[in-house]
Ligand binder design. Sequence first.
Ligand code: FAD
Length: 132
Amino acid sequence: MKLSRCLYFSAARPDLPFWQTAAEIVGASQAGNDRMELTGALLAHDGWFVQCLEGLPARLTRLLVTIGADRRHSGMEIIEFGPAERRLFEGWSMAHVELTPLMKLKLGQTFDPTAWTARDLTALMLDAGRAA
Ligand code: FAD
């Protein structure tokens, strides 16, 4: 299977309840992603969404177009899209990862994914996923 991975961040719509919206998105994503053999994780923090998605490149592209048109967020910026040797979120049609109190402490007051590299954001999501 030709595998790709993508990572993007976006800003949640401020007039919607953040946590509820994130939970709804994750819940609604799982069946569709499972069907499309897509795996990944969504981190929702400080009004930001960071999502990692893995699967066949054409399916990823199609889903990214759909997600990009979703009015529940804006300013979607894809910071990584390319071939992957293996899945990092194997077994997760969509993991909802949250930062632990210790991670929040290390991050400091604000979380600004625009200042992060794709590699560091992915590592943060994996750490949060492992801690869950
Ligand atoms: P519909 O469910 O018909 O929705 C059409 C539009 O209505 C949406 O684009 C949205 O703007 C709006 N809408 C839908 N539900 C609500 C709601 N509860 N409140 C307010 N507005 C709403 N989908 C996946 O399948 N897999 C994913 O991994 C995935 N990740 C996402 C990550 C983020 C950050 C966001 C914002 C959305 C994500 N989605 C994901 C949802 C995706 O954008 C589509 O809503 C979903 O795929 C269903 O597609 P649809 O064409 O049936 O849209």
